[in-house]
Ligand binder design. Structure first.
Ligand code: NAD
Length: 359
């Protein structure tokens, strides 16, 4: 198969481990079962890991609330590292859907993977917070030496919506603002504990320390006081640092907020991304992208993450290693004057690899 055909069809047989078996991890297992060229072969959570070289589908998870309940599971309190130490060489890609609380968890987990396991493939994450990305940045050199390629911020927001903004920016000579406003509806908050718990960080009177110390019963009682609705503004969301690193605009021009209904699957509001910019002629205009209300949070996180796994696998095959973010894989925005210093990571290397791959 030539490179162009490979890129169009997605590399065959990408063996994926899903790390985190909550709402998004399970959603990813279901998504992978309906996409071709990828196979979910492993799942891990805080209780253990399960490795199934012939494939692990959503039917295996029916009635199972944690991974150590699966037949052939290996119980472990360090399940991700245990899985990768044992089977790292039989895996091509990792999807990371673990909590952002503490905010260092993604970076600590990735450092351990790079330093103490034989895994040398691609990693795609669905992290959310700006600080979580900041903690990952110093790992770029380590990743290169270990032949790892990590695409960060590859869920929905950051991810899907951030990359929409990066593409929409191309109509302008300067991006003045990016406003992301999301609607999420989940019938039962306990299916997405980390996601909902982390949303509390952005409510008045809450901070990381307080939210981390809260019991599930306390979260439930706060939700009851709000009739299950969370109104979120000025969130610490990594869309800002990702768009800055990709050269689209300084992070203070990016705002993220939304409404989350924790009692109904129907979205309380439609999700939109509005990109406002100055055109060549000096006019100011806005593009607005509206996400279908039929697409759930899982669709919008796991679908794009699968696409990033496929793209990352191709880049990895062509020798690209290091840390990249989702928006850095989009058309590059290069305004004449940069009102800030964008730190480019492995991007020139990625450009070369894309050229070599003919994509
Ligand atoms: P969840 O609470 O339902 O599941 C988290 C899973 O991670 C659980 O299975 C838990 O056992 C496992 N886990 C926790 N710590 C672990 C560790 N140290 N080792 C192994 N497994 C561990 O959470 P969720 O709702 O699926 O969300 C997962 C993450 O996805 C959250 O951080 C959330 O912020 C993020 N998220 C991102 C987006 C996006 O668009 N980028 C959208 C929604 C959620």
């Amino acid at each position: 198969m030539n490179n162009r055909a490979l890129s169009a069809s997605c590399s065959p047989n990408i063996r994926v481990a899903v790390l985190g078996a909550g709402g998004l991890g399970r959603g990813m297992v279901a998504m992978l079962a309906q996409r071709s060229g990828l196979l979910c072969v492993a799942l891990a959570d805080t209780t253990g890991y399960c490795y199934q070289p012939l494939g692990l589908g959503p039917e295996a998870l029916a009635g199972v609330s944690q991974v150590d309940q699966l037949p052939e599971a290996v119980p472990s309190k360090q399940a991700i590292i245990a899985l990768l130490q044992e089977h790292g060489q039989q895996l091509d890609a990792l999807f990371l859907a673990i909590p952002n609380l503490p905010v260092t968890l993604y970076a600590e987990t990735m450092r351990q993977i790079a330093e103490s396991t034989p895994f040398q493939g691609v990693v795609v994450d669905a992290l959310k917070r700006t600080q979580a990305v900041e903690h990952l940045l110093p790992l770029d050199g380590l990743y290169r030496s270990q032949r790892l390629l990590h695409i960060t911020g590859a869920g929905a927001t950051p991810g899907f919506l951030t990359t929409v903004a990066a593409v929409a920016a191309q109509s302008f000579v300067e991006v003045l603002s990016v406003d992301i406003h999301f609607g999420v509806g989940v019938a039962n908050w306990e299916a997405y504990r980390a996601t909902i718990r982390e949303d509390f960080l952005h409510l008045e009177g809450f901070d990381a320390e307080r939210v981390q110390a809260m019991t599930d019963a306390e979260i439930e009682s706060e939700l009851n006081a709000r009739e299950g609705l969370l109104h979120l503004t000025n969130m610490e969301h990594a869309d800002d640092i990702i768009l800055e690193l990709a050269g689209v605009c300084p992070r203070d021009r990016v705002t993220v907020g939304g409404v989350v209904d924790t009692r109904h699957a129907k979205k309380p509001v439609s999700t939109t991304v509005t990109i406002t910019g100055r055109t060549v002629s000096g006019a100011v205009g806005s593009h607005r992208f509206v996400v279908s209300d039929e697409c759930t949070m899982v669709d919008n996180v796991c679908g794009p993450a699968v696409g990033f796994i496929c793209r990352a696998a191709l880049l990895h095959q062509h020798g690209t290693y290091g840390l990249l973010n989702s928006a850095e894989l989009m058309p590059r925005f290069k305004p004449k004057t940069m009102p800030y210093q964008a730190s480019s990571l492995a991007l020139p290397q990625a450009d070369e690899a894309l050229l070599a791959a003919g994509v």
